[in-house]
Design a protein around this ligand. Sequence first.
Ligand SMILES: Cc1ncc(COP(=O)(O)O)c(C=O)c1O
Length: 398
Amino acid sequence: MSPPESAAAVETRDKAHVAATYARTPFHPRRGRGARLEDADGKTYWDLLAGIAVNALGYRHPRLVRALRDEAAGVWHVSNLYYHPAQGMLAERLTKASGLSRVFFCNSGTEANEAALKFARLKNPGRPEVVALEESFHGRTFGALSVTGHAPYRAPFVPLVPGARFVPPNDAPALRAAVSERTSVILLEPVLGEGGVVPLSAEFLRAARELADATGATLVFDEVQCGLGRTGTLFAFEASGVRPDAVTLAKPLGGGLPLGAVLLGPSFDGAIAPGQHGSTFGGNPIACRLGLALLDEIEEAGLLERVRRLGEWFGGRLERLRRKTPPIVAIRGRGLMWGIELDREAAPVARRLLDAGFVVGTARSTVLRLLPPYIVPRAALSAFLEELERILKEERPA
Ligand SMILES: Cc1ncc(COP(=O)(O)O)c(C=O)c1O
């Protein structure tokens, strides 16, 4: 537990000593249970962001707490020089569920994408290009950043890794024009997250599959944000029926601890040799145990069905709200991943929602982004809808 200290003191020390990479909101969550958060002053909130899609089971889920306690009695780290059962067990579960065949474990989403880009090079050497989407987000390390479509993230860091080409989401003719025998990877988020919650159509994903097959390019789906149940199927790609050659995962995978993964299909068999890639911490035993507990809970508690049903209901209610609320321009999403596009800056609205007891995110500048835990009560979403309506009625465009 953190020592009792005023919010102001925490902020002052943070501002003096922590690198200035984040524009933090002055919000101090200290305790949580289920989908509820409590701040340093004891005020409670509905958490509709889940630590940006990490806390899929909310806070202090008994199954995760048990897994953590059990594994804490074992060795916390063995390195990847040696065997530990949890990695293989989680890999087995993920491959069975996805229909892919092997897993590389790392610690984060950006590392998962780095690994996928490197493995595609090994599988099909010499191809210089990666085709990705405008406004996509794949991470902050140089490789993943180079193929991230959101230009302001890339701009300060040029020169980047060469060879990235960007096409608009859901534009199959543009994709056809960009993919060729020079393409190493076609990299797609089945639902763009940071890009404003934009689901890719099944038709677009099918076109990508066909192009990958025709040119020998590797089709990689980045499911770091939309994967592991968030859209109502364990993998977001399941809804389209299109199977990629590889899938990258992170955020909820470690039950709140850092864990990333690349799931590889059989076309990678024999392509990767010992020593060509690796990670000191990747596939940590405790994080993998939590990952297994997360998958157990999703399965045994019927959470996919819950996310689907709740998502259908919530999507309908959001649409209704849009029709009677002019500041809402569009609603996009699936399951428990929703973007509410406004005719104004989203950050001040998010701030008012926070003051009213709802933690929400934003994406691009005009989209409110909701990524609640899979256990979020329907009543929390209803209360959010009422509050949003109230705020938007009062708000004046900036
Ligand atoms: C789709 C997607 N890919 C990759 C990343 C990068 O993940 P990380 O921050 O764990 O490196 C994110 C993070 O938001 C993401 O949403």
